[in-house]
Design a protein around this ligand. Structure first.
Ligand code: 2BA
Length: 106
């Protein structure tokens, strides 16, 4: 079993959610905030069998778009330099897949 973390843009979250639940994935939705832009995004948690991971990722990819966002004033980039003015490309989605040792429902 795997646990999939998918960080998705707020604009894409409704379609990602409905595509996953429509295919029978169990989903938990967290309201999260990106540490660079300090803007809201949505993190979906989905635990599923190993053989359903690829389809899950494909559904997330199909429903997530790349978007250009303005970098807010005062934002510092990886080099420690004020990144403003500028734009960054956000998404489609950022996905992490982890092994699940145990899942207990009671
Ligand atoms: P944010 O941290 O707000 O980052 C938004 C976008 O800004 C990123 O898009 C990337 O293009 C850029 N960016 C992030 N950190 C930067 C830095 N130190 N210097 C210059 N540019 C930077 P994405 O890569 O598509 O990430 C979208 C969101 O996914 C992120 O929002 C964050 O919430 C999450 N994320 C991305 N990579 C992650 C990671 N390795 N671990 C945890 N969360 C991650």
């Amino acid at each position: 079993m795997k646990l999939i973390f998918a960080i998705v843009g707020i604009e894409d979250a409704p379609n990602v959610q409905s595509s996953l639940t429509g295919e029978g994935y169990i989903v938990t939705k967290l309201a999260t905030t990106g540490g660079f832009l300090n803007a809201g995004n949505i993190t979906f948690l989905t635990a599923t069998d190993d053989d359903r991971v690829d389809t899950c990722i494909q559904l997330i990819q199909k429903n997530s778009s790349r978007r250009e966002k303005d970098v807010p004033a005062g934002t510092v980039n990886a080099a420690g330099i004020d990144a403003n003015p500028g734009k960054v490309t956000v998404g489609g989605a950022v996905v992490f897949v982890l092994n699940v040792e145990q899942c207990v429902k009671m």
